[in-house]
Design a protein around this ligand. Structure first.
Ligand SMILES: Cc1ncc(COP(=O)(O)O)c(C=O)c1O
Length: 455
């Protein structure tokens, strides 16, 4: 039944979204045959000494890391394990405010005291930009944090200056964990920004399934320095990863990495991207967002200058052109690409955009930028006496839950933060635009879980 329904949804639709295998048989065929368990000779991901160790060692060599560990539970498992391995219960930590919810969850379960650094803003599209090293320095000095977690590249492909940030973090005696969920493809071509793996980060976590041709759930945890204990990481993976990791997922990682070593997949991919960017210069109202240090594998189609929203553009592409994008926001729609994309796919997208663009008119829009800045009253693990209030009555109250748009999955409101009007307006704007809004207590949009405050 589910299979039939998925077929109905995907038939004839071109996927400009994850997973990076783009449903191409080359990356999928035969993997069902690898669905075994820890039988004789099959090794064990949780204590690898045989064939899994061999595959991971070969990956570490390819990536130039101290150790590379395959994950079948996505970057989520890597983030939870990496942070829990580095920080002790109740430690101070500096995290970028645009981190994925898995980072917040790792902080919450370890009762870490969060000190936020806010990224710069890419005002034109209304998205977060990079983290400034000076902000990290100040936050570390103020907090005495044990670790720093930042996201680079972001969902939109913006990378931070990891080299300088790593220097700052280490000078302050901390550990740098980089959530590179969107960066597994970096380091294989100079066309893309350098990977955090080679820029001084201590732990780098990547969702192989997002930007490499791997099965959903495939991810990598790279130990990139000798400041990190392999045993501590393994211990935490023993908690956060299933005791029955999926062999097809592990094999899909190995297949992609082996193919990358044997065949030049990136030259044709880069050529396709460049052709696409060049053709997109002919658009009159839509444009492709770019910035100085940016992953051009992310096609951020800006609707800033057009009389259409990112949400509407995504909807038209699907309904009229059978092209599914990854995400939409008020001022842009985002297409994810990978080495598995085809000439035909890129051609379909540029033809559709050209067609849509010709019917649009210029519009000067005010960018409704958010996520907003909220006052943090206490830590996400603190707070008592939760009650549910209608969303409009939650203004001024302290949130008891995470509320976020998925994608991209970073909290717009975090527990312990005082809900303000900008946040409520932003959420309702995203919701009415068609974004999927998730709240950790399952309440939004009907209500919001807040903490009762004593007078
Ligand atoms: C920045 C970031 N980190 C972590 C994750 C979690 O990755 P996964 O879905 O592989 O668990 C995501 C997922 O979208 C993400 O965007």
């Amino acid at each position: 039944m589910l299979e039939k329904n998925i077929k109905k949804i995907t038939e004839g639709v071109y996927p400009f979204h994850m997973p990076g295998h783009k449903r191409q048989p080359e990356w999928l065929c035969g993997l069902a045959d690898t669905d075994i368990t820890e039988i004789t000779g099959a090794d064990d991901l949780h204590a690898p000494t045989g064939i899994i160790k061999e595959a991971q060692s070969s990956a570490a060599k390819l990536f130039g890391t101290v150790a590379t560990i395959f994950l079948s539970g996505g970057s989520t498992a890597g983030v939870l394990s990496g942070i829990s391995a580095v920080c002790g219960f109740g430690d101070n930590i500096v995290i970028a405010r645009n981190c994925h919810k898995s980072v917040y969850n790792a902080c919450k379960i370890n009762h870490l005291r969060n000190h936020y650094v806010y990224p710069t803003l890419k005002h034109r599209i209304g998205a977060y930009g990079e983290i400034m090293p000076a902000e990290v320095d100040t936050a570390m000095k103020k907090s005495g944090a044990k670790a720093v977690v930042i996201t680079s590249p972001t969902y939109e492909g913006v990378v931070s200056d990891i080299k300088t940030i790593a220097r700052v973090v280490h000078k302050n005696g901390g550990i740098l964990i980089v959530d590179s969920a969107h960066g597994a493809h970096l380091g294989f071509s100079d066309y893309f920004p350098k990977s955090a793996r080679t820029l001084g980060a201590d732990i780098v976590i990547e969702s192989a399934h997002k930007t490499l041709p791997c099965l959903t759930g495939a991810a990598l945890l790279h130990i990139c320095s000798h400041r990190i204990s392999y045993a501590d990481i393994q211990e935490q993976l023993g908690i956060f990863e299933t005791s029955s990791p999926s062999y097809p997922i592990l094999c899909s990682i190995d297949r992609a990495l082996t193919k990358i070593q044997q065949t030049d997949l990136f030259t044709p991919y880069v050529k396709r991207l460049e052709e696409f960017y060049n053709k997109a210069k002919g658009l009159k109202n839509l444009y492709l967002f770019e910035s100085a240090d940016f992953d051009r594998g992310k096609l951020v189609i800006s609707t800033e200058n057009a009389d259409i929203s990112g949400f509407e553009l995504k909807k038209i592409l699907l309904e009229d052109y059978k092209i599914e994008l990854e995400m939409a926001m008020p001022n842009y729609a985002l297409a994810m690409t990978s080495v598995a994309d085809t000439d035909e796919g890129f051609l379909r997208l540029i033809s559709a955009l050209t067609d849509i663009d010709s019917d649009l008119s210029p519009a000067k829009k005010t960018v409704l930028f958010a996520p907003p800045v909220l006052e943090k009253v206490f830590e996400p693990f603190e707070g008592e006496n939760e009650i549910f209030l209608p969303a409009q009555n939650s203004l001024g109250k302290i949130s008891a839950e995470y509320i976020l748009a998925y994608p991209p999955g970073s909290p717009i409101i975090a527990p312990g933060e005082r809900i303000n009007a900008v946040a409520l307006e932003y959420l309702s704007h995203l919701y009415s635009g068609g974004a999927q809004i998730l709240s950790s207590r399952g309440s939004y949009p009907q209500s919001v879980a807040v903490f009762e405050e004593k007078d």
